[in-house]
Ligand binder design. Structure first.
Ligand code: NAP
Ligand code: ZN
Ligand code: ZN
Length: 348
């Protein structure tokens, strides 16, 4: 038996998403079946729906910021029971035996992680479909627990935007006494601000306009720079220890590198399709340009527990699934405060 599952799907790179129904597998011995309550809308959904990274597979059911309730478990499941509130993020499986999987960094699996959508299960033939759907069947080891005390809609974006910003801030040991800049105040950026503040850093938002100045302060940032202003790069040269770049569109990395102190690091998490870079800004101050992709399962759980402890969740605008195409257009215009989250009840 398989489970007929209502969803929204893209059928090519140009048409709007439309209702579509597909089958989820019945839980195998190590699987849990999750009734999806909320799913966040990540800019990566838009990049992939529109095939901006190449290789998109259709029909595509996007969505990798999934919150739901366990409704059934396979015979061998030990970690979860019916009724548990759980999350599923950007991947649903990995090889489990490569050095990176063994180190708990499944997102960097040498054999290739199984993305939650636009990807394949580890058999490399069965397509995966994401959280713009009413339920999902997932191996119990790729599911995380949602702490009590944060709203479920506010928790959904933690599964991608949250872990993607938390992981590099931890990796580069961000803490008191450090100056951090977050470039782009969108879904990822606003989480980066919250985390960097909670870790004790001095945080500055670098935004493409002046529109988000008040929000930035409300989110906890200490300072705000409108990067469209004349001389802003010159006036803030050599100011930051660490820059977290969350921008989704092509922009000049070398201009931002000039804002780093000696030995500073700029970490890219934003994924515009094209990036150009010059050597001089790096060489001239022994700066590092790096990148980071989501986080492993254990670190995702650590991040969620950190959120529970510090009362951190995303600022969200809850939408009905039939608003998704408009939501994409607004996301393209940086008009999100600060994450759209789909109420999956609107699909049921
Ligand atoms: P988002 O909510 O749309 O935010 C992106 C922000 O970038 C915007 O709010 C805007 O901030 C800024 N921006 C957009 N267009 C710009 C432009 N033309 N020039 C300058 N700034 C611009 O997107 P998101 O969901 O946070 O995702 C951001 C990027 O991260 C995407 O490329 C996504 O694919 C990628 N991503 C990567 C990972 C990973 O593992 N590394 C995980 C998730 C997402 P301001 O209005 O403040 O300028
Ligand atoms: Zn994402
Ligand atoms: Zn692996």
């Amino acid at each position: 038996m398989s489970l007929s599952t209502p969803a929204y799907a893209a059928h090519n790179s140009t048409d709007p998403l439309v209702p579509w129904t597909f089958d989820r597998r019945d839980p195998k011995p190590n699987d849990v079946l999750i009734d999806i309550l909320y799913c966040g809308v990540c800019h990566s959904d838009l990049h992939q729906v529109r095939d901006e990274w190449g290789g998109s597979k259709y029909p595509m059911v996007p969505g990798h910021e999934i919150i739901g309730t366990v409704t059934a478990v396979g015979s061998a499941v030990t970690k979860w029971k019916a009724g548990d509130t759980v999350g599923v993020g950007v991947f649903v499986d990995s090889c489990r035996i490569c050095p990176n999987c063994l180190a708990g960094e499944q997102q960097y699996c040498d054999a290739g992680m199984s993305g939650t959508y636009n990807s394949f299960e580890q058999d490399k033939v069965t397509p995966t479909y994401g959280g713009y759907s009413t339920r999902i069947t997932v191996d119990e080891n790729y599911v995380v627990s949602i702490p009590e005390g944060i709203s479920l809609e506010g928790a959904a974006p933690l599964l991608c935007a949250g872990i993607t910003t938390y992981s590099p801030l931890r990796h580069w040991k961000i803490g008191p006494g450090m100056t951090v800049a977050v470039v782009g105040l969108g879904g990822l950026g606003h989480m980066g601000v919250k985390f960097a503040k909670a870790m004790g850093a001095h945080v500055t938002v670098l935004s493409s306009s002046d529109k988000k100045r008040e929000d930035s302060a409300r989110l906890g940032a200490d300072d705000y720079l409108d990067m469209s202003q004349v001389d802003v790069f010159k006036n803030n040269a050599k100011r930051f220890d660490f820059i977290l770049d969350t921008v989704s569109a092509a922009h000049s990395y070398q201009d931002y590198l000039g804002l780093l102190k000696l030995n500073g690091t700029m970490c890219l998490v934003g994924l515009p399709p094209k990036a150009e870079i010059e050597a001089f800004p790096l060489v001239g101050r022994r700066r590092s340009l790096s990148g980071s992709m989501i986080g492993g399962i254990a670190e995702t759980q650590e991040m969620l527990d950190f959120c529970g402890k510090h009362g951190i969740a995303a600022d969200v605008e809850v939408i009905s699934i039939d608003y998704i195409n408009e939501a994409y257009e607004r996301m393209l215009k940086s008009d999100v405060r600060y994450r759209f989250v789909i109420d999956i009840a609107s699909l049921k």
